[in-house]
Write a protein that binds this ligand. Structure first.
Ligand code: GLV
Ligand code: MN
Ligand code: MN
Length: 414
């Protein structure tokens, strides 16, 4: 199989731009929360492109979408590729979408070149990779990989207290939640194209990253109950300020993550809700959401242990009640050596430079790994910036990713 080295991707870039216009925020800011009107319009746009490319669409009970290019041996398990199109608030246009529309472009290129796959190739658009709505990332792939049960999924609530059952129904998805889980072997192999979301490829001037492992993410909710009161009249001694307590916990978590001395340990408190949120009122209640990750799950768990210790110590010393809830603590995924070799060969024959690297961000592949061998292909993004409106990957970088992906799919599907 040969692909033209001068592969034009102008159409793909235009499609990425068009998808970015479908946003809950004013473009170029992209916000597409799962099951929002923008998410549904974005799905419709991408499904239209898939149909136009001759793919057959199937959607599961929560909207995971499979666009299939039939193989000459349809009984064989397909090669999967794809990613997500939902976007966190105030995001850019490349996270996830490059894997979906780039995966589609790889399929279109192979079709144009007259390639006939022996195995089917399926492009997957996963539902809710981002945790924005339900507080847990990779909802679609998690259920696909049986990591989240239907009962656990039904218990999820968004900020308005609305559950998955109501929201998926409103979005037009129905059927048994049990059917979302796929059996091991449902995919022969799965490859996800994604922007790096970190600075290494750009800094080192490398075309593509071959991802050998995906870090283990964990998330804990922390609730701190103190005592409110008048910010002027209540004196400092004996205060039970929930936000002051939260501040100590945030700093303790930062210290614990830095304290491992490992570059792969990261911890973030991305949500801090303060009640009642009035400038002249002592905070009586705070809710924190934390995100803790590492390639080494045991080391990550030691950071979680240090966070629990800090909660006990700060709670006792300040007389506030602190409770923690573990939202998720997932193991890392190790990528498949065979796919890595296929990607490396594809990069060499496409004349692209490459390096093997880990993914510190999580991705749907982390959960697809429960049912199939997976690997990921990274492309550089400017300054390593992601989850921001100024996220950017050059057409050349996207072209390299699509080129290597197309060659990899062709080898895996032959
Ligand atoms: C995915 O969006 C992540 O937060 O790693
Ligand atoms: Mn993301
Ligand atoms: Mn992503």
């Amino acid at each position: 199989m040969t692909t033209k080295p001068d592969l034009s991707i102008d159409g793909l870039i235009a499609e990425l731009q068009a998808l970015a216009q479908i946003s809950e925020a004013e473009p170029p800011v992209v916000t597409r929360v799962v099951f929002s009107e923008a998410d549904l319009r974005g799905r419709a746009y991408v499904k239209g492109l898939c149909t136009a490319a001759g793919l057959t669409i199937h959607e599961d009970a929560i909207g995971n979408t499979f666009a299939r290019w039939e193989g000459t041996d349809p009984a064989l398990a397909p090669i999967g590729t794809g990613s997500h199109i939902d976007a966190i608030p105030n995001a850019g246009l490349y996270d996830g979408c490059v894997g979906v529309l780039g995966g589609l472009e790889a399929i279109r290129v192979l079709k144009k070149l007259g390639f006939t796959p022996r195995r089917p190739i399926e492009l997957v658009i996963f539902t809710s990779e981002e945790p924005t709505r339900f507080g847990i990332g990779c909802l679609g792939s998690r259920m696909m990989g049986s990591v989240l049960s239907p009962a656990q999924a039904l218990a999820l609530r968004d900020k308005e207290g609305r559950g998955l059952e109501e929201l998926r129904g409103e979005a037009g998805f129905s059927g048994s939640l049990e059917s979302v889980a796929l059996a091991p072997g449902r995919f022969h192999r799965f490859v996800e194209l994604h922007i790096e979301q970190g600075p290494l490829l750009e800094a080192e001037g490398i075309d593509v990253g071959l991802v050998t492992a995906i870090a283990a993410p964990a998330s804990l909710r922390i609730s701190i109950e103190g005592e409110g009161g008048h910010a002027g009249a209540r004196l400092m001694p004996g205060r039970k300020d929930a936000l002051a307590a939260a501040s100590e916990i945030i700093l303790a978590l930062e210290a614990a993550a830095k304290g491992t001395g490992a570059i792969d340990t990261v911890a973030t408190v991305g949500i801090c809700e303060v009640f009642p949120g009035a400038v002249n009122s002592i905070p009586s209640r705070v809710r924190l959401e934390t995100d803790i990750r590492d390639i080494d799950a045991a080391r990550r768990d030691r950071v979680i242990g240090a966070l629990h210790d800090a909660c006990s110590e700060v709670g006792a010393r300040r007389g506030v009640v602190i409770t923690t809830e573990l939202v998720n603590a997932d193991p890392p995924a190790i990528c498949d050596a065979g796919i890595l070799d296929a990607m490396e060969e594809a990069a060499v024959s496409a004349g692209k430079t490459f390096k093997r690297m880990v993914s510190r961000a999580y991705h749907d592949s982390l959960f697809v790994a429960r049912i199939a061998p997976v690997a990921m292909l990274f492309i550089p993004c400017r300054g390593g910036v992601s989850h921001r409106p100024d996220e950017y990957a050059s057409p050349e970088a996207i072209g390299s990713g699509v080129h290597v992906l197309a060659r990899t799919l062709a080898v895996l599907a032959s």
